[in-house]
Design a protein around this ligand. Structure first.
Ligand code: PMP
Length: 348
């Protein structure tokens, strides 16, 4: 049966008359703006922050569309990709009726967002070698499963899932498949953005927080067919991305070549760190990674975590997460930072 967006959008969202902001209602040429109850006298800052920002982030989208070879109407810009995750719940999931499926161990916000929105979570754990478990996924899905989250490269395991497998899921699943590509820029795998018009139920998330190095700005992206993105725009808060963030992103987008160089450096530093970690005796296993972190199985995660803290180095203790017993997740730092980490670990 062909996927139709109207079949899975919540009734209240279909009925919704979206908020119409002053900045959206009037877009012609004017010199005196008395329409939005802003402070016409200005602000304590030299810049024009007394005005509301562009609610649809037109300039940023034009540039992102160019880089990713999509139309601007196929891009949602949010206050971090966490905003896109939350919107997916609010658009598609009926509280206390619908459910979503995650494949743990995976990014924690899917579950937190589900709980906030009062949506039950179903789990199809990855296999012991962190692959997608197709029979478990198929078993867990029912008519009320509205979202299926696949994080690739996956946090905290670091591995990517084969493209054909994700697309197979998109084909068999009647709800929205959300492919979270927060770490895709560090991976040799190609993004699935190019598939958004072949699979109308595909939403691809990316972010400026990782490869772009702009976590502090809080800007994330969702790519999907224009009809799905139009629904995001109806539901999102009117001015969800600040003027400062929009200006900074526009500036950053001019430096894509520099960002690509940094990505290459991080990847090469990752390989160097992995090689050095593998020679340390308390490291029992290094899981293959396509991300800017590596999951490390150790002899005693808790003790090592505390020891590193005493050395003023903080890593992420994932040892209580399913399938991650004994594991620490280590972000790739600068070479000096990685050296300090290695030096500390060799001393234990
Ligand atoms: N997805 C994944 C897989 C993540 O690991 C993170 C952040 N740790 C996010 C999304 C959230 O990114 P953002 O900063 O864009 O909200």
């Amino acid at each position: 049966m062909a996927f139709k967006l109207v079949d899975i959008v919540r009734e209240n969202i279909k009925r919704l008359t979206p908020y119409s902001s002053a900045r959206k209602e009037f877009s012609g040429a004017a010199q005196i703006f008395l329409d939005a109850n802003e402070n016409s006298f200005g602000s304590p800052l030299p810049e024009n922050y007394n005005r509301y920002p562009d609610p649809l982030q037109t300039e940023i989208k034009a540039k992102i569309a160019e880089i990713n070879d999509v139309n601007a109407s196929e891009i949602f810009v949010g206050n971090g990709s966490d905003e896109a995750i939350d919107l997916l719940f609010r658009i598609f999931c009926e509280p206390r009726t619908d459910n979503v499926l995650i494949c743990p161990p995976t990014y924690g916000m899917y579950e937190v967002s589900a709980e906030i929105n009062d949506i039950s979570i179903r789990r199809a754990n990855l296999t012991a070698d962190f692959r997608l478990d197709f029979p478990a996924i198929e078993n867990a899905i029912d008519a009320n499963t509205k979202l299926l989250f696949v994080c690739s490269p996956n946090n905290p395991t670091g591995n990517s899932f084969p493209r054909e497998e994700i697309l197979k899921l998109a084909e068999m699943f009647a709800g929205i498949i959300v492919v979270d590509e927060a770490y895709i820029h560090f991976s040799p795998e190609k993004s699935l953005i190019g598939e958004i018009n072949h699979f109308k139920n595909l939403v691809v998330l990316q972010t400026f927080s990782k490869a772009w190095g702009l976590a502090g700005l809080r800007v994330g992206l969702a790519f999907a067919n224009a009809e799905t993105i139009a629904t995001f725009n109806r539901v999102k808060p009117p001015y969800n991305v600040s003027q400062i963030a929009q200006e900074a992103i526009l500036e950053a987008l001019k430096n894509y070549e520099t960002v690509k160089k940094t990505i290459a450096e991080i990847v090469s530093e990752r390989e160097r760190l992995i090689k050095n970690l593998s020679a340390i005796s308390l490291v029992e296993k290094l899981y293959p990674t396509d991300a800017n972190f590596v999951l490390v199985k150790t002899s005693d995660a808790e003790r090592i975590y505390r020891y590193l803290l005493a050395e003023k180095i903080v890593v992420r203790n994932r040892s209580s997460v399913e399938l991650c017993a004994g594991c620490l997740r280590i972000t790739i730092g600068t070479s000096a930072e990685n050296e300090s980490l290695l030096k500390a670990l060799r001393k234990i």
